[in-house]
Write a protein of this length. Structure first.
Length: 220
């Protein structure tokens, strides 16, 4: 699937914004990269569709950029909370359809929520949650809290299930756990047969109510 008809603005090219910019460009999206710091803009220009130096907390600058033609803007200014809040306000007032914002902490997140950010992301906190589960149970490779008490996890199939059928796995036996896919290296089987037999290094992608999911995954 190509993403060349996706138009995305990234404001703030620190480590997070730059990584987004690079990955989105690799995926074929049309990326406009903006930062107040010329050095970062020069680096982003190596892969983004367009890269410009601008102060995005300035109303006039934003209106000149005509960002309302874009599908999504990400405000990836972390440290300077004032600039992040102002930029979010200016983007919303300029009519940018969807504004996602990176928050530094929960107070920053609360303000962003109140002023109308469409999605607030706390990468350090979210990554901390994911890594914690992997540290405690190393067979849990990913653990993502999807909100509303639902979580998604990627879990290694332990050697004791090698050669046994998918339907014999504890995740398949539980009616409150949804088995979304069987991952085999780079191959993802989205509709695995209950009769499929497990190979070495197989992974399962599952969802369920957060506490129930943790309880099942820990015992695997
Ligand atoms: P990270 O933790 O991802 O490295 P930082 O907060 O360190 O994030 O980086 C944020 C980036 O946002 C910096 O490159 C900074 O120059 C840029 N920035 C800060 N204020 C503005 C602004 N008003 N307009 C555009 N870019 C800004």
């Amino acid at each position: 699937m190509t993403h060349e008809n996706k138009y995305i603005v990234i404001i703030g090219l620190g480590r997070f914004g730059m990584a987004l910019c690079h990955e989105l460009s690799q995926e074929g999206a049309q990326v406009l990269a903006i930062d107040i710091d010329e050095k970062n803009v020069r680096k982003a220009a190596e892969f983004a569709t367009e890269a410009i130096v601008a102060d995005c907390s300035d109303e006039e600058t934003i209106s000149e950029l005509k960002l309302d033609d874009y599908d999504l803007a990400m405000v990836a200014i972390g440290e300077d909370v004032n600039a992040s809040i102002l930029t979010t306000l200016v983007l919303k007032e300029a009519g940018v359809k969807t504004v996602w914002v990176k928050a530094k902490d929960k107070f920053h997140a609360k303000i962003l929520d109140k002023i109308g950010a469409d999605k607030v992301i706390q990468p350090e906190r979210d990554m901390g949650v994911r890594i914690a589960h992997h540290m405690l149970d190393q067979h849990i490779f990913e653990f993502i809290d999807l909100g509303c008490d639902i979580a998604l996890a990627e879990v290694a199939v332990s050697d004791k299930y090698l050669g046994s059928k998918l339907m014999e796995h504890p995740c398949a036996k539980r009616s409150d756990i949804n088995l979304l896919a069987l991952k085999r290296g780079v191959e993802v089987d989205k509709y695995p047969s209950p009769e499929a037999t497990f190979d070495k290094n197989d992974m399962l992608i599952v969802t369920g109510q957060k506490d129930k999911l943790i309880e099942v995954l820990r015992r695997l």
